[in-house]
Design a protein around this ligand. Sequence first.
Ligand SMILES: *[C@@H]1O[C@H](CO)[C@@H](O)[C@H](O)[C@H]1NC(C)=O
Ligand SMILES: *[C@@H]1O[C@H](CO)[C@@H](O)[C@H](O)[C@H]1NC(C)=O
Ligand SMILES: *[C@@H]1O[C@H](CO)[C@@H](O)[C@H](O)[C@H]1NC(C)=O
Ligand SMILES: [Fe+2]
Length: 544
Amino acid sequence: MQLITAASLWAIVLSLGDASAKEAAAPSATKPSLAPVVSNLAYSQPIINIPALGRTHPKFVPTSSLVANASVPVTFEHSVASGDPTANAVIIWTKITTKDTNPVPVQYQVASTADFSQIVSTGVLLTDASVDHTVKLDITGLQPGTTYYYRFTTSSGSVTSPVGKTHTLPAADASVASYKLAVVSCSSLPHGFFNAYAGIGNRKDVDVVLHLGDYIYEYKNGGYGDGSKIGRIPQPDKDITSLDDYRQRHAQYKRDVDLQAAHLNVPWVTVWDDHEFANDAWHDGAQHHDPKTEGPWETRKANAIRAYFEYMPIRPVTIDQTGHIYRSFQVGKLLDLIMLDTRINGRNETDIFWPWIKNDPKRTILGYDQEAWLDQQLVQSKNRGAKWRVLGNQVVFTPLKVVGASILLDSWDDYPAARDRLLTSMASNGIKDTVILTGDIHTAFAINAPGKAGASGLVELVTTSVTSPGAGAIGAGALKLANKSIKYANGADHGYLVTTITPEKVTGEFVMVSTIGSRTATEKVDATVVTNAGAGTISDLQRH
Ligand SMILES: *[C@@H]1O[C@H](CO)[C@@H](O)[C@H](O)[C@H]1NC(C)=O
Ligand SMILES: *[C@@H]1O[C@H](CO)[C@@H](O)[C@H](O)[C@H]1NC(C)=O
Ligand SMILES: *[C@@H]1O[C@H](CO)[C@@H](O)[C@H](O)[C@H]1NC(C)=O
Ligand SMILES: [Fe+2]
């Protein structure tokens, strides 16, 4: 552990000049006794080329603000997290807890060995209340397909965060024999314990955790789930609207030990759904937002976006003002992981009941920019020879109908023209071997999604919730009966989905936990679903 001395820091500050203007570049570890000062990405979020949306980075002024005030304790109560791995970079995250009103220096270390004997990147950065004491870095210049360990310490070196483990993706041209994604969504704190997260934390075989949204919920206690009996009352206990509200809620979730366990040893790739904002949100509003009492939607949306970027290990976007988070990841030649934002980016009004409005051909769920991007991503993926395309999607894609009528609002069913455009584009571009992973509905499904004649279809695997209540056994059973395209449905249980991707097949294992009522649970695989390469449909299903 290297100690940062005031004198050495001051020397670096002088040599760096205005370090605050720089992004967190990969600091070289050539002079381990002088950890370089780097910028905390939390300040330049959510959009790094639009500084107006960020926060002013603290100035690197004299030593008193670069060495933490030793009489004010600093702790790491929110553990650590990593995310958005690429072949050469990964985001690392933490948050400190302190009453210090000055900017507080935090040192980070990334090592290729668990004992930190081989440090590959280290530096010191500042955090303060203007970013809720969050710390975020994009560690670049790493080796592909490699495991790394990371930790944070206070400037005195006396308090150290938990040690996180993470890894980079294989190089884009690498052959990959197998890749495993754990897929989760809908983790409502007052509804129960996050045993699904604990289960993921216990596994040694998961490569990346995909969170498809509803990572937090915006309600006051009793608004959606009553956590009083199990000591899980949402903080602050109100429907959250302000930046401070969203921060407090995210911070509370990050103090959950099971959620911490799931973050500790594996990078996450996340997207938001409605509850990171408010129920049934769309670009210009939400079912659970009343501008008369809660103020302008744009303000609440901006608060939710800023808190999300402060608290989640997600790479800030660089492209435009819309705060878009749709993005993609190349996992060797095996797959492209294409993460969609079906919620906020460009979605037209949701919860549309009237068919003549629903069927408006101009309606979009992705936004026209993301539609074009997605078409292009799928073609690029095919052209580069990636074996599979995996879409990280929030709301259910397949039509869910009972006696011919759509029963699901707030899903792709509300945007049939947009769904049709995607399927048509996939058919005309010959896009095959695509699996769509979905959350939001608190019910597990394996479905042969619709395809256009002649094109191979799409398989939709929907994960159940971590805790949020589902359709129930009866509701899920009825849906399955109504349409033989639905091969599996479980609306009673909670858990997660493990997808194992190999060149030959995609295997989905629906893992269910025995309870969410207490912290002790067992888990079992309820069903295994296989899609063979070239099949375009579910090839095999086993109930266990
Ligand atoms: C350090 O913290 C103590 C306790 O809050 C405070 O009295 C003191 O002024 C602080 N020192 C500096 C240099 O900020
Ligand atoms: C639908 O959303 C798009 C942007 O994504 C917007 O251009 C269009 O005006 C919206 N249409 C309606 C009816 O709101
Ligand atoms: C069943 O689902 C498929 C989508 O996979 C859809 O195309 C079809 O219209 C549905 N049939 C009924 C009767 O709802
Ligand atoms: Fe949702």
